[in-house]
Ligand binder design. Sequence first.
Ligand code: NAD
Length: 365
Amino acid sequence: MSNLSVGIVGLGLIGGSIAKNCRRVYPDSRIIVYNRSENARHMALADGVANIATDAVDESFAECDFIFLCTPVEYNISYLRQLKTVMKPGAILTDAGSVKSDIHRAVIAENMEACFIGGHPMAGSEKTGYENASAHLLENAYFALTPTAKTTEEDMKRLEQFVSGLGAIPVILSYEEHDYAVAAISHVPHLIAAALVNLVEDSDSPNETMKSLAAGGFKDITRIASSSPVMWEQICMENQSNIASLLDDYIASMQEIREHVSGGNASAIYHLFDKSRTYRGTFSERKPGLLPKTYKIYCDIIDEAGAISTLATILASNGISIKNIGIVHNREFEEGVLRIEFYDEESTGKSVELLKKYKYTVHVR
Ligand code: NAD
């Protein structure tokens, strides 16, 4: 894509990452940014990411081919009306909000369906702000795109192409489907994890036996309970009906499980675990065409000088070539892990064995 002009409203973690990514992959693009606070605007001008930084959503955005709204969802909605009068014909307005129904309803009310396509980059971190934004945050992440009833095929293709160019994987869904899916795979699990952690705290003995014993399994399923309370409060308030409906189903299934346990129904409990194990086992099977095949592993690493080179030396001295290596911070690995990419399946398998032998904790996703 050439002669691109891209607008970013809200230059925090996500807006900043889109801007930095855009500068990296489309170096000749013009990037126009708005941010409420001055600091991020100065940083983006100083590091060459932004060509223009404004303190208002004004005429500067008239040249943009794509405009991304990247402030918290309720504020994104407040910019629709302003942008309507500024945008050039053919420009595409999109957003980065984690929940899509509210903005789609506002777009319909503003009669902006022809120029708006919703977006949700499914990558992130607990960190906020431009200073934590990364030109690689969206790499290989799903990027949900939610068209309106008036989105043309041509506009859909243009946005898909732009998002793919950033290294993300566009997935097209209706906004209703998106919000129901993220409620099930993300919002409800966050609530369950938080409730489970609080259950243990409230049930523990004064000398904290449960806390001392809590290890692998418990920590694995409750890792997301450490997420930002502010962000998750906002997300849950924006997707209330989907979350409530799935929580009803979940509570009903827990009631049933409770009855099986107290009634000694062993075969029902067996069936529960057997069903979940079978389904969970299919998760790593990627659908061809949805995600490009990459050979990567993640490895916990001690945060000290030389740790990466020690690991790289172990692999190199065993004849394993590394395609790419770097620290990642995202929601899945809150504390940051080392991501190592290989050229083929064989090197991936060999490296897992080797690193485990050296007592590294390796995650294969
Ligand atoms: P952030 O806090 O890093 O950035 C938010 C930006 O919005 C900041 O630049 C801030 O100055 C600006 N802002 C806040 N209130 C504003 C207001 N009233 N008016 C104008 N600007 C305001 O947050 P973020 O993580 O970049 O989140 C931005 C959007 O991205 C949100 O809609 C969120 O739902 C979505 N999102 C976040 C993640 C994540 O993991 N953080 C992932 C996917 C999508």
